[in-house]
Ligand binder design. Sequence first.
Ligand code: PMP
Length: 429
Amino acid sequence: MTTSAELFEQACRHIPGGVNSPVRAFKGLYRPPVFMERAQGAYLFDVEGKRYVDYVGSWGPMITGHADPDVLGAVRERLNNGLSFGTPTAIETTMADLICEIMPSIEMVRMVNSGTEATMSAIRLARGFTGRDKIVKFEGNYHGHSDSLLVKAGSGALTHGEPSSPGVPASLADHTITLSYNDIDEVERCFEEIGSQIACIIVEPVAGNMNCIPPAEGFLKALRHVCDRYQSVLIFDEVMTGFRVAMGGAQAYYGVSPDLTCLGKIVGGGMPVGAFGGRSEIMQELSPIGPVYQAGTLSGNPLAMAAGVALLSKIREPGFHDALAQRVDTLCNGLESRAHEAGIDMITQRAGGMFGVFFTGQRSVENFAQATACDENAFRRFFSAMLEHGVYLAPSAYEAGFMSSAHTPEDLQVTLDAAEHAFAQMTSR
Ligand code: PMP
């Protein structure tokens, strides 16, 4: 049997860091990543035959569990027709109609191949529509790895962006203004000064890339008001939250309508899919009817559409998201009480089917500074102990956890038992 450690060593020869996306490498966790062989329902099975209760769900898409028979069946049914035609297909219209019905703020939508493409294209469209260059994002929000969005905060509202990565030109980063999440005063000050130059605000309506941070009361509504006042475009990046915190996404959950929405993950049922859509007036600026260019060889691919349509249709059943949120509550309340009993400072935060675990003595975590002030070392020990006890959490303190409808009460109990052991291990060392 080849072990994960051996496979990782082999992978590192021709793949940078041994992985095709950085967080998979378990960097900073003092152990090689686990190589998975297959997945079913709530479980992952590694190459050494060990089973894990999975709370990553391929980083979000697997909301009904892995290898969902309805999704696989839909893909199988189309497989023999061919993989891709590069022509229009009827199922793309089915997908567009479905998205527009589920999210009424979306009047027109275009399919792409990843969340990164969705946000990158939405930003270009907002710039083209407004004729303005500057964009506002929030510290600790992740919108994929396109140049304009790979920028972290400088201090203060109007400090110009500083690239998060070599290779992002400073001249481009200069157009990205990064503000503090949940701080509406900072947003208002920024717009008072240069609002007429700002094309858009892009925001994760529940932040899921600095662990899980729901918006403060009134934050999203305030963003809506500011954008209306300055005729800037409000973009909700619902790549993670779409169809997860509620069927209609965070916009339905919090009752705030953006101008444009970015989607990914669940919309593709586990295939490489993203989408962006919104008000027709803006979407009609897109090529071929308008001047803003955007394209994709495999965009709207029929197999990917089949998987997405099957999954979206399945989770529209009434009560699906309430049941998911209930499972999240059971898990999070159980984790909190076990941590408390063990004398460990830990809190959870949640929104619908997503959640986060923070090792902190604070009562809540509301922004990037507070998220990074949490005890990362405690997280590492917790993660390792949970892995050992057969629970697969995201291998980073800054990722949200995802629940699926395949997680049974027994799976949650297995997780809570594992956590009890993990907390005991953490306090005994
Ligand atoms: N936006 C958000 C909110 C995300 O969480 C992610 C990925 N986790 C992206 C965009 C980028 O999506 P992708 O990895 O599919 O490019």
